[in-house]
Design a protein around this ligand. Structure first.
Ligand code: F6R
Length: 235
């Protein structure tokens, strides 16, 4: 796993955008896995400012609340349009469908769509304070394929800052599984802020635990973790 430690959030965002733009140069028609959350916003802003070309790219988002209307301003579909796709439309965007009638079928459809597209070339990730990636939360077992998960109280608390009240935060989500993330050819994780320092230290510990799902990334051959100094504080 490659570590890149940057001074602050802005520098980490710029570094992530530079690495991604270099990958886009190599493969302009790549299949690109993308996260939501606060962390990637700086990278998305830099991609927009630099006029990155996504016109041949097929995107697959990591996750979506369930159930949620696409028009809800807290849906990840809405987030992606507002923060990236309105300015830089990709050739095709895919996001798990929070409006699907049958979540289990939607999970299977999503994995099949990634497979049919030829798999993910690059997966960009954030990381939760508890080590979650996508909405794969710590627990006794981790899921391989796209799955319908109940969110932990910790994640509901963390996400409540985006909603008018905690009661409005959806309690479940559809997320790419650990297998789907690990199948990406290249993984770029961005981790910033002191709240992430413990989870980040564990992903360099040489130990894998279902209590920190991101620790499985240690088994992947091409992972770059871009951190700010605060997130890297316990390394
Ligand atoms: C969102 C996602 C989540 C976030 C994580 C960190 O698509 O995959 O795993 O990356 O919750 O969120 P922020 O960036 O808001 O700290």
């Amino acid at each position: 796993m490659q570590k890149i430690i940057c001074k602050d959030y802005e520098a980490a965002s710029r570094k992530a955008a530079e690495i991604l733009m270099a990958e886009l140069k190599k493969k302009p028609d790549m299949n690109l896995g993308l996260p939501t959350g606060s962390t990637p916003i700086g990278m998305y802003k830099t991609l927009i400012a630099e006029g990155a070309d996504l016109s041949k790219v097929t995107t697959f988002n990591l996750d979506e609340y369930y159930p949620i209307l696409k028009s809800n301003d807290q849906s990840y579909e809405y987030f992606m349009r507002r923060n990236l796709f309105d300015a830089l439309p990709p050739k095709e965007m895919n996001i798990p469908n929070g409006e699907a009638a049958d979540p289990a079928k939607e999970c299977l459809r999503y994995d099949a769509a990634i497979e049919a597209a030829g798999g993910l070339d690059v997966q960009v990730l954030g990381i939760g304070q508890n080590g979650h990636i996508g909405f794969n939360e710590p627990g006794d077992a981790l899921s391989v394929g796209t799955n319908h998960v109940q969110l932990t109280e910790n994640t509901i608390d963390a996400n409540s800052r985006f909603f008018a009240s905690r009661d409005e935060v959806p309690t479940s989500a559809l997320t790419l599984g650990l297998g789907g993330i690990m199948k990406a050819k290249k993984i770029i994780m961005i981790a910033t802020g002191k709240e992430k320092a413990k989870a980040v230290a564990e992903i360099f510990s040489g130990k894998i635990t279902t209590q920190n799902p991101a620790t499985v990334l240690q088994l992947h051959a091409d992972v770059t973790v871009i951190m700010d100094e605060e997130a890297a504080a316990n390394l």
